[in-house]
Write a protein that binds this ligand. Structure first.
Ligand SMILES: *[C@@H]1O[C@H](CO)[C@@H](O)[C@H](O)[C@H]1NC(C)=O
Ligand SMILES: *[C@@H]1O[C@H](CO)[C@@H](O)[C@H](O)[C@H]1NC(C)=O
Ligand SMILES: *[C@@H]1O[C@H](CO)[C@@H](O)[C@H](O)[C@H]1NC(C)=O
Ligand SMILES: *[C@@H]1O[C@H](CO)[C@@H](O)[C@H](O)[C@H]1NC(C)=O
Ligand SMILES: *[C@@H]1O[C@H](CO)[C@@H](O)[C@H](O)[C@H]1NC(C)=O
Length: 680
């Protein structure tokens, strides 16, 4: 263990004012939707423009993927809209849940990650839909907020899920003869890997190819440790020990059996045994998934294992010129396209750069650089490399197929940086992390279970002249971290940590600093429940309808489906006819008398596409007394002007009604695009 530099918190240190202008930054990046972000996200700026822009783009992505389930709170979606293989009607896909939770842990509003964890470990998710790192995701969130009761509340469900992987599930499971986990690459969220292609004799690779993979065994290692740690917090030492043992066993076996000294890499061994491949044989190439053990701190810190990190930097191996390859050009079926939808190439993992695994590799590298001293002393890989890979990853977010605008999709040609799949479902795909790689890696806030704030920036002073992040909520405190290489940006040279607006630690160089913090409860979570949400089309109440007779049923449903985003590329809304001066309405029928008092209305606006906010709007309810009479609600004050690409709030004197209407008049010559109407 390194000897941390503990700086006791003293109240006498210099008081600092906020250096960043929250209103200006959130307005710059989010326009009319800025109020959603204002109190929720840490503010960040840096001399590296792409890191700053993509950081805010990623918060936009996070917000766009928060699906409101009404009484069940929020979950994070992976595809922005429905796909056929999700768990419906919730739109759950669990394979990216660890990223969603690790991004969400930096949101000051804990509701999103907490609600999501309840969904993931609740009755509506299928925990065996894909390999998963859900328990670890919850643990990682706890390290930031420090709230024991919330993190431990799912301990029983976590054990049930964990033990479910112990069975033979058809597509994966636990092999008692090896005491390790195996999985079909498709179920590991990575179809067309070496294992699945070679098991098919090079013929396909979508299904099949079950293998003992570095991924699932590291995931189960991380989940076991999370359960053990959470059990220890709950003072359940039996469970804590049992899962610590499971983790220890997996660690030993992964190191013993999945490390291939010829390749100097962690690689799969086949579980499948058929005419083309043999059970327990190692696969014949290196893959990016071989870094996942470090994502979860599994490997020992040795010079031997450190050799794996040569391959991520080698242009002949995993280092494409615009992204990290998922396997190497020497593989016989590298980049061979097997699967299409129509003319469009579909997802494959035989070479393309995937944000999903790039995220894992960056977290792995941050762990290595932070707490693998023997490995880093080899000099094989450095902080400068972390900066290069992070920047290259940021640049992938600028999408050539959308004129270079920020729009992340599934996978990319690692040499050109051009998206490969680009289907209708693809825009703004949330299957990866970035915020966590900035905050826990580049800035280096290393969340801990004890009462220490530790900052170990990986930012490279050669390429970064300044950065500042503030409004990080850590163990109930407001944290800011600032670096100024020259003193020209913030008026004082060096690295500085602020705790609740006091400077508590400084250094002239970018180096590790630690600060003692007393643990405080974070602000109370506000959990308003929208009463209007309907997840499935054509089911029971609440149900939407409109005054326009031929309105599309899917569009009408989209207005109450709990999804709010303003990206023009992918639709989830109702478009009205072009305005001609007449009023139209959208109605929600609750099916029973319901007490309501406010609404959040999301209008899209883009005059070039023919959409404007309505010139006027009002809210009406169906009077209970005189049936059939629509009455204006008793609105609080005046109706605000409608805003586009943001939330228009209306509140009124609480009223009981079965049906509510938003009545509005489109501007002449423009249609109204109603994204969502939430009623509370
Ligand atoms: C379940 O997995 C644990 C290791 O995690 C192992 O010790 C145990 O034997 C397994 N049980 C069965 C029935 O496979
Ligand atoms: C083995 O490879 C051949 C192609 O060489 C393929 O036709 C066959 O389906 C493969 N076997 C299995 C079980 O996938
Ligand atoms: C590494 O894997 C290859 C198969 O791809 C195998 O030929 C080689 O023997 C393995 N190395 C060791 C030391 O097991
Ligand atoms: C890219 O820009 C061109 C020229 O402004 C425009 O015609 C085209 O629609 C844009 N494409 C996309 C996908 O936004
Ligand atoms: C709308 O009202 C909600 C609830 O009071 C509030 O959180 C939100 O910031 C408001 N939004 C805007 C754009 O004013």
């Amino acid at each position: 263990m390194r000897s941390p530099r503990i700086i006791a918190l003293t109240a006498s240190l210099l008081h600092v004012a906020s250096a960043l202008d929250a209103e200006a930054l959130t307005t710059q990046y989010f326009g009319n939707d800025a109020p959603w972000y204002l109190d929720r996200i840490p503010l960040f700026e840096t001399s590296v423009p792409e890191l700053q822009e993509v950081y805010y783009y990623r918060w936009g992505l996070f917000r766009a993927h928060q699906r409101d389930l009404g009484p069940d709170g929020f979950l994070s979606t992976e595809f922005i809209n429905d796909v056929s293989w999700q768990v419906s009607p919730w739109a759950i896909l669990i394979n990216a849940a660890n990223y969603h939770l690790r991004e969400g842990r930096w949101c000051r509003d804990r509701r999103f990650k907490e609600d999501y964890a309840d969904v993931l470990f609740g009755p509506n998710a299928n925990p065996y839909q894909f390999s998963e790192v859900m328990a670890d995701g919850v643990w990682q969130g706890y390290l930031v907020d420090g709230v024991v009761e919330d993190a431990t509340s799912r301990l029983a469900a976590m054990q049930t899920v964990y033990n479910g992987w112990n069975a033979s599930l058809g597509f994966g499971g636990y092999d008692t003869s090896k005491s390790m986990y195996y999985i079909q690459p498709l179920t590991d969220a990575t179809e067309y890997t070496i294992a699945s292609i070679d098991a098919s004799g090079g013929y396909d690779g979508f299904f099949g190819g079950e293998a003992f993979r570095p991924s699932i065994n590291s995931y189960q290692y991380a989940n076991a440790l999370a359960i053990s740690n959470l059990a220890a917090l709950s003072e359940d030492s039996a469970v804590a020990e049992e899962y610590q043992d499971r983790a220890d066993t997996l660690k030993t076996l992964v190191q013993e059996h999945l490390w291939n000294s010829t390749f100097e890499h962690f690689i799969d061994r086949f579980y499948v045994n058929n005419e083309n491949v043999t059970y327990w044989d190692p696969i014949r190439g290196r893959e990016l998934v071989g870094y996942v053990p470090w994502t979860h701190d599994l490997p020992d810190d040795t010079e031997t294992f450190a050799q794996a990190w040569k391959h991520i930097l080698d242009p002949e191996k995993l280092a494409g010129s615009n992204g990290l390859r998922t396997n190497e050009p020497t593989y016989e079926h590298y980049m061979q396209q097997y699967r299409y939808e129509g003319d469009h190439p579909e997802c494959q993992w035989n070479g393309p750069a995937w944000p999903y695994q790039t995220t894992q590799a960056l977290t792995a590298l941050a762990n290595l650089l932070d707490h693998y001293p023997t490995s880093t002393e080899t000099g094989i890989i450095t902080k400068a490399d972390y900066n290069t890979i992070l920047l290259q990853y940021a640049q992938l977010h600028y999408n050539e197929n959308y004129n270079g605008t920020l729009n992340l999709e599934e996978d990319y040609n690692a040499d050109t940086g051009v998206p490969i799949v680009g289907l209708a479902r693809s825009p703004h795909y949330f299957h990866s992390g970035f915020i966590d790689q900035v905050i826990a890696g580049f800035i280096g806030i290393r969340p801990r279970a004890d009462d220490i704030l530790e900052v170990n920036p990986l930012a490279d002073p050669e390429s970064v002249s300044y950065f500042r992040i503030e409004q990080i909520l850590y163990h109930g405190h407001n944290v800011a971290v600032q670096w100024d290489g020259t003193g020209e940006r913030y008026g004082s040279q060096g690295l500085q940590i602020e705790l609740d607006n006091e400077i508590v630690a400084t250094s002239d160089t970018l180096t590790r600093l630690t600060v003692e913090v007393t643990r405080l409860s974070p602000p109370e979570t506000n959990r308003p429940i929208a009463l209007s949400i309907q997840l499935a089309q054509d089911t029971e109440y609440p149900v939407g309808s409109a005054s326009v007779s031929n309105a599309d049923a899917a569009e009408i449903h989209a207005v109450i489906d709990g999804r709010v985003w303003f990206y023009p590329e992918i639709a989830n809304w109702w478009d009205t006819p072009v305005g001609d001066g007449s009023e139209i309405w959208y109605e929600i029928n609750f099916g029973a008398e319901t007490e309501i008092q406010r609404a959040e209305i999301a209008f899209f606006e883009d005059p070039e596409l023919g959409f404007d906010v309505p010139s006027s709007y009002r809210v009406q309810v169906l009077s209970a007394a005189a049936s059939g009479e629509w009455e204006d609600v008793d609105v609080d004050g005046e109706y605000e002007d409608a805003v586009g690409n943001g939330i228009t709030n209306v509140s009124w004197a609480s009223v009981g009604t079965e049906r509510v209407r938003l009545v509005f008049t489109p501007v002449d010559g423009f249609a109204v695009r109603l994204v969502e109407l939430k009623v509370f």
